[in-house]
Ligand binder design. Sequence first.
Ligand SMILES: Cc1ncc(COP(=O)(O)O)c(C=O)c1O
Length: 424
Amino acid sequence: MIGLNEKDSQLYIDNVSLGKIAEEFGTPTYVYSASHIRAQYQKLQSSMAKALPKNRQPLLCYACKANSNLAILKLLQNEGAGLEIVSEGELMRGLAAGFDPQKIVSTGVGKQASEIANALEAGIRQFNVESLPELEHIQQIAAAMNQSATVVFRLNPDVSGGGHHKISTGRKRDKFGISREQVFKGFQMAKDMSHIHAVGLSMHIGSQVFTVETFRHAFEKLPEIVAALRAEGHTVSRLDIGGGFPIVYKDEKLLDFDAYATWVNDIIVPLETDIIMEPGRYMVGNSGILLNEVLYIKETADRNFLILDGAMNDLIRPTLYEAYHDIEAVRKSGKGTKTYDIVGPVCETGDTFATDRELPETQAGDLIAIKSAGAYGFSMASNYNTRPLPAEILVDGDEYAVIRPRQTLEECLRNDIIPEFLQK
Ligand SMILES: Cc1ncc(COP(=O)(O)O)c(C=O)c1O
């Protein structure tokens, strides 16, 4: 089986029971399906292979902020993926996982000097430039290193793309990208810059984009802009059309990839450029769960609380984005159901994964899976309340391995220093 499935009234990831994983590695623990991630990559790739000509197949640069564990990166690198990075740390991860630097694109509104220098040194494919001061900064660093920096400009289309206001990135008021006018100015400035090679445009409108219509709306101005840039003598040989492909959290109707691929073929391919995509959540989101144990059942006059050992520091999406995650008992008891609020131990009312969820009647010690947690789960985890980062396990068919051990409390405390003037 691929991904999360049920067998003999128990939840499995691929062919490995979650009960067994909890026994062996404890909880809270992230568990991912390698086969699911592979299948997602191949599904996107084959939709494009069907719809687009051979010489216009996109480079799929995995947005590794979604889940940057080296094992996940290696898995996708083995599939032939490229990488989208937003920091020096992600560059290090990409190189450590063996990505060809010519398949790495650097995005983000606040690229720092060392980040730019290291990316130039590594020889990445391109910088997606998000402001004109950033362009000047890249020129300065590239000149000092005597390296040429290949850049594309991120266009802000002023369209709301994301499923939640905090994951929408393409509106005029968002910090991302630059206006049409600034794109033209950027190309003009680049012409006079000794170490900048401007070759195209990028656009990413947000996450959880469900309809081709939304993409169409955002990208409809692109052909005219490309033509106008070319008319002014600028090179537009690359278009990076971002990520935003959705996954299932509840009962969402997902983007029709074949329709999307047809749209890319109709709108982007005629512009005769190389094409890059930056899928993040789509690659890993539905591959993973957060596995928890129930510590206590607390019944009050108002509510029944299921208190888990996992908390908002392990998975912050519900409290940060009011995100819905489906939640299931790992072993189906066959008993009646009850309505619970599912919470963690952290000292915040916001440490609530879900309210009013119907689950089989549950006892302390039972295991609970929080689903669709493979993206923006571990990568956003913290040590809040001095809770160690959870373990991560990768399952691949019958095989499984720890891809990050649970952090120890010693590791949590190791870097704190009590200064001498307090040691009295
Ligand atoms: C520039 C850029 N590309 C790609 C992504 C990935 O988005 P998603 O995970 O929705 O595919 C993001 C997400 O923040 C992004 O900012």
